[in-house]
Design a protein around this ligand. Structure first.
Ligand code: DAT
Ligand code: MG
Length: 159
């Protein structure tokens, strides 16, 4: 088992519903990992297209880019043993109709296109690639209280 980092983000629609803090609470409780970077920002089209590059031939790609750039996201890096796969479990299935009870998508997603959270997939190199896209110059210091930090950042963004 090796120490990993994964990129997680509360998506714009879930931010608008003020779900960010509730989502961070679940991550903090269930991931068994540390949050080592957190920021609120609206992804540019260039960043979004790079992030979702592997899906560029999908029929829903245009909508996906539009929704990921529609407003601020809460972007995070979490670090821990096996955290990439663990986060996929805690997030739940891509389509909330298939998501298990207690998962973030079961609780907060509205549809496959509005599924509340992004998390890196488990393909080797994928998480590291996303961390580098979204946090190119972070120093990855553990955040003592990620829930308070999420409250602070999302309040500042709403003000
Ligand atoms: P995940 O986000 O669970 O890793 P993915 O990488 O296959 O899922 O797809 C990325 C996002 O694209 C997903 O969170 C929501 C959107 N998406 C996937 N399949 C879709 C579909 N059939 N229709 C609309 N949006 C879809
Ligand atoms: Mg994916």
């Amino acid at each position: 088992m090796t120490m990993q980092k994964t990129f997680l983000a509360v998506k714009p629609n879930a931010m608008k519903r003020a779900d960010a803090v509730g989502i961070v609470k679940i991550l903090n409780e269930k991931l068994g990992a540390q949050c080592v970077a957190m920021k609120v920002y609206t992804p540019s089209k260039a960043i979004a297209e790079k992030h979702y590059e592997a899906l560029s031939d999908k029929p829903f790609f245009g909508e996906l880019i539009e929704s990921f750039t529609a407003g601020p996201i809460l972007g995070m890096v979490w670090q821990g043993e096996n955290v990439v796969a663990k986060a996929r479990e805690v997030m739940g299935a891509t389509n909330p109709a298939d998501a298990a009870e207690g998962t973030i998508r079961k609780l907060f997603a509205k549809s496959i296109g509005d599924n509340a959270i992004h998390g890196s997939d488990t393909e080797p190199g994928s998480a590291q690639r996303e961390v580098e896209i979204h946090f190119p110059s972070a120093d990855f210091t553990p955040i003592a209280d990620p829930i308070s930090q999420a409250e602070k950042l999302t309040q500042a963004q709403a003000a």
